[in-house]
Write a new protein. Structure first.
Length: 561
């Protein structure tokens, strides 16, 4: 079996992995290998900002995971695969059957260079300062807001703000959306009149309604592949392998020595690491690789016939994700996204031509263009609800297409108390992980979602926004009936794509890594991605994951210089 050796092996070319590849390979003495299961990010839909909306539910650039049935979701009718039955005359018939099952959640995750930063909505949101101070209070030294802010600034080239909270000259370009939409403006105007206006959700205060900043440059997506990896590709000391799956991390005498990989043809090969293996495969992929490597709770590993190497009961536990409910309203306007004669034959061709010439307009949209952070109750100190407003009808993650145009608004619970887990379906390295977020399993989450929804509808039912919402809502809800609101949430609420926490940082018995992101009781292995977050931050998770990559890069370089 062919074996190659590097100083550092990075498993996953996502939001953190691309940062590591750039920063570590900037030292010519380090030989770095970056491994990505997906293919190259060459598809034009990964470059044009609005392109992600056209990837569909079965894109090769996403893992397209489904959760196990969520017990707190409504039951739905599922068609079972056809089975053969024989009638009394000996005839064979194919028969489908219907069963009732609790609804499963959808979990798209990036499977290409740049990871989820190549398929996400490009919103640049850091979370609340409290979140990082809370990490530090949990015993994670060096992770307070004051200590992580320099890394947020280091990564950033902000074209909108230049102050103590923002950086200039970093690889990641942050800009405003180059698309003006009166209906989005009306949402911001109405929401600001109720909850206050906020020019910068990443500034001194998070609370209020406003427009989102976006990871774009000159009207194009600025993924971590574009920002960090492309500038490093010409370095002789950086090797990038795509279409390469990781079976397991090899452990010898309590040290990670390398990885067993599988190429596109299905052949196995080994890559050795003389310094460290850096696991950056995300909140689902990282615990999955650890478990296949024999690292984690013994009962979970041994039942799949895998040799148990290290007892770490927290691997795959502590899964946290933002649960989100979307209110959807039809409204006829050529200014909105959707499928109509006007948009298909007039608006979209015009906007495409406009984008090609000027890199402005509808094709630069993030879909979730505006929103904000509000408190569902007045007796809490920081926002617990996030809003995303879209000038289009978003149904079932955009997988269900409805004729016509309209608007949507998400209400997202920022710090849910429910905790789930990621485990193995089998020892097969090409098998999907078993994902169980246990959404709404904590009763407070339902209560807080209901309160947040009511606050959101204060905006949707007030002029001028109400003229877009009052005539047709896809799922009418009685605002005075909490049971009806709860039923609607259980019918359609799902992730807003922010899973974290499955290899959490800390010092307790369920922690997987320490404050320098080293795996406990094992040499030569760190985890560097959103899975290390001990608690879910109050906002989108892409910018924090990039920050984690920046901070980890500094710690790794410090340890090896």
């Amino acid at each position: 079996m062919e074996t190659k050796s590097y100083d550092f092996i990075i498993l996953g070319a996502g939001s953190a992995g691309c940062v590591l590849a750039n920063r570590l390979s900037s030292n010519s003495n380090f030989r770095v290998c970056l491994i990505e299961a997906g293919s190259k990010d060459s598809d034009v839909r990964l470059k044009v900002p609005l392109g992600f909306a056209f990837l569909g539910g079965n894109s090769s650039y996403s893992w397209n995971y489904n959760t196990v049935p969520q017990k707190e979701f409504e039951q739905v009718s599922i068609t079972e695969p056809a089975s053969s039955i024989v009638d009394s005359a000996g005839g064979v018939h194919e028969v489908e059957s219907e069963i009732m099952e609790h609804r499963r959640g959808f979990q798209p995750r990036g499977k290409t260079l740049g990871g989820s930063s190549s398929i996400n909505a490009m919103l640049y949101v850091r979370g609340h300062q409290w979140d990082y101070d809370h990490w530090a209070e949990l015993g994670n030294e060096g992770w307070s807001f004051e200590r992580v802010l320099p890394y947020f600034k280091k990564c950033e080239n902000n074209e909108i703000f230049d102050n103590d909270f923002h950086g200039q000259g970093g690889p990641l370009n942050v800009d405003k959306i180059r698309h003006k939409n009166k209906i989005v403006d009306d949402f911001v105007k109405t929401g600001s009149s109720i909850f206050g206006h906020n020019e910068d959700f990443n500034g001194e205060s998070q609370e209020g309604i406003g427009y989102y900043q976006t990871t774009q440059k000159n009207g194009k997506r600025c993924s971590t592949a574009k920002a960090y990896l492309v500038p490093a590709l010409e370095r002789d000391n950086l090797t990038v392998l795509t279409d390469t799956n990781v079976n397991k991390i090899n452990i010898v005498d309590g040290k990670a020595t390398g990885v067993l990989c599988i190429n596109a043809e299905g052949n196995e090969f080994i890559i050795e690491a003389s310094k460290e293996v850096l696991l950056s495969s995300g909140a689902f992929g990282s615990p999955q690789i650890l478990l296949r490597s024999g690292i984690g709770p013994a009962d979970e590993i041994l039942k799949h016939g895998i040799e148990h190497k290290l007892e770490l009961p927290g691997v795959g536990k502590n899964l946290q994700d933002h649960i989100d409910y979307v209110t959807v309203h039809k409204y006829k306007s050529i200014k909105l996204f959707g499928f109509s004669i006007g948009t298909l034959f007039f608006k979209y061709p015009y906007e495409l031509f406009k984008y090609i010439l000027t890199k402005t307009g509808m094709f630069t949209s993030t879909v979730a263009e505006a929103g904000g952070f509000i408190r569902s109750r007045n007796d809490i100190e920081i926002p617990d609800t996030q809003l995303h407003f879209s000038p289009g009808m978003i149904v079932d993650h955009g997988r269900e297409h409805i004729w016509g145009t309209g608007i949507s608004c998400h209400t997202c619970l920022l710090r849910p108390k429910s905790r789930g887990e990621v485990t193995l379906n089998s020892a097969d390295p090409l098998d999907n992980p078993k994902i169980d977020p246990k959404f709404l399993s904590h009763p407070d989450d339902v209560k807080d979602m209901i309160a947040g929804y009511k606050k959101m509808m204060k905006i949707m039912n007030k002029e001028p926004v109400s003229k877009y919402t009052s005539k047709h809502v896809l799922r009418p809800i009685d605002l005075d009936d909490d049971e009806d609101i709860e039923k609607a949430i259980r019918e359609t609420a799902d992730t807003v794509y922010h899973p974290v926490g499955t290899c959490k940082m800390g010092n307790d018995e369920m922690a997987v890594v320490d404050s320098r992101l080293k795996v406990h009781n094992l040499k030569g292995l760190r985890v560097v991605d959103a899975s290390i977050m001990p608690t879910l931050i109050g906002g989108n998770t892409n910018a924090p994951t990039i920050m984690i990559g920046e901070k980890a890069s500094d710690m790794i370089i410090q340890d090896w210089l």
